[in-house]
Design a protein around this ligand. Structure first.
Ligand code: NAP
Length: 243
C-alpha cells in the first residue's frame, strides 16, 4: 500500500509548494490542476526530485461529475492505496465591488472554493473513515476571517470553508481524522502578481509578502503526526497582519 497526498490546484503557487513539502515527507503526490498542464508537469518533476512518485490528475474541482469520473476513477483502480492527506487548495480571485460584481464572478469563486471543497472531500473522507485516519487541510484566507473590500465573493467563499472545516472536524474526530484550515495573508504567487508588494508591505507587521514555502511548512506540520491533537483550527500565516 502506498500513501498518497492529493493537492488540488497543485500545478502552481502554494499548491506546488505543498506538493513538494509533502513529497519530502515521503508521500506520493496526486497533483490536481485545471488547465495549466505544463506547470503541473513541472510540479511532478519537483516531486520526483524528492525521491517519491506522483501522478497528475486533471479535473475541475467545481464540477461534481468531473471529480467523480477522474478522482473517483483513480480511487477505483487504486484500492490498495490510501489518500492519507487531502489539501483543498484550488482557488481563484475575481475582485470587484459588490455593486459591480457579475453573476459569473460571484459564482465562479464560490463554486471553486466551496463546491470544490465539497465534491473532493466527500469522496475522500469515506475512505479515511474506513481507514480511521487522515488529514484534511483547507487553504482559506485572511479574507475569509476579516473580510476584505472588493472581495465579497472571495471572503464569503473562504468563510464558508472555515465553517465547513469546523463542522467536519467534529463529524470525523472520533475516527482519528483531523480537519484544519490554513489562512494565508499576502503570499507571492500568480494570484497576487497584480499587487505591488511595496504598496502593501507597510500594512504587514513583518513588512513583506510571504513565500509559498512558509505556507507549505504549516501544511506539512498539519499533515504530520506532530499535529495529532489539533483539529477544527484555522492557522494564520500572514506575517502578523490581521486588521
Ligand atoms: P495560483 O498561483 O493562482 O494557483 C491556483 C491553483 O489553483 C492553480 O494550480 C490552478 O490550476 C488551480 N485551480 C484554479 N481553479 C481550479 C479548478 N476549478 N479546479 C482545479 N484546480 C484549479 O494561486 P495561489 O496563490 O497559489 O493560491 C492557492 C490557494 O491559496 C487558493 O485557494 C487561494 O485562495 C489561497 N490564498 C492565496 C493567497 C495569496 O496571497 N497568494 C492568500 C490567501 C489565500 P491551473 O494551473 O491549471 O490554472
Amino acid at each position: 500500500m502506498s500513501k498518497f497526498a492529493l493537492v488540488t490546484g497543485g500545478s502552481r503557487g502554494i499548491g506546488r509548494a505543498c506538493c513538494v513539502a509533502l513529497a519530502e515527507m515521503g508521500y506520493h503526490i496526486l497533483i490536481n490542476y485545471q488547465s495549466n498542464e505544463a506547470e503541473a508537469i513541472k510540479t511532478l518533476e519537483l516531486v520526483k526530485e524528492k525521491g517519491t512518485g506522483g501522478e497528475i490528475l486533471k479535473f475541475d474541482v467545481s464540477k461534481g461529475a468531473d471529480v467523480l469520473a477522474v478522482l473517483g476513477g483513480w480511487m477505483e483502480t487504486h484500492q490498495e492505496d490510501q489518500i492519507a492527506v487531502l489539501v483543498n487548495n484550488a482557488g481563484i480571485r475575481k475582485d470587484n465591488l459588490l455593486m459591480w460584481m457579475s453573476d459569473t464572478d460571484w459564482h465562479s469563486v464560490l463554486d471553486i472554493a466551496v463546491d470544490g471543497f465539497f465534491y473532493v472531500t466527500r469522496l475522500i473522507i469515506k475512505d479515511m473513515l474506513v481507514k480511521k485516519s487522515g488529514r484534511v487541510i483547507n487553504i482559506v484566507s485572511l479574507s475569509g476571517l476579516k473580510g476584505l473590500p472588493g472581495q465579497t465573493n472571495y471572503s464569503a467563499s473562504k468563510a464558508a470553508v472555515i465553517g465547513a472545516t469546523k463542522a467536519l472536524a467534529q463529524e470525523v474526530g472520533r475516527r482519528g481524522i483531523t480537519v484544519n484550515a490554513v489562512a494565508p495573508g499576502f503570499i507571492k504567487t500568480d494570484m497576487t502578481q497584480d499587487l505591488n508588494e511595496k504598496d502593501f508591505k507597510s500594512l504587514i507587521p513583518m513588512n513583506r509578502f510571504g513565500e509559498t514555502q512558509e505556507v507549505a511548512d504549516v501544511v506539512a506540520w498539519l499533515a504530520s503526526d506532530k499535529s495529532s491533537y489539533v483539529t477544527g483550527q484555522v492557522i494564520s500565516v500572514n506575517g502578523g497582519l490581521y486588521s
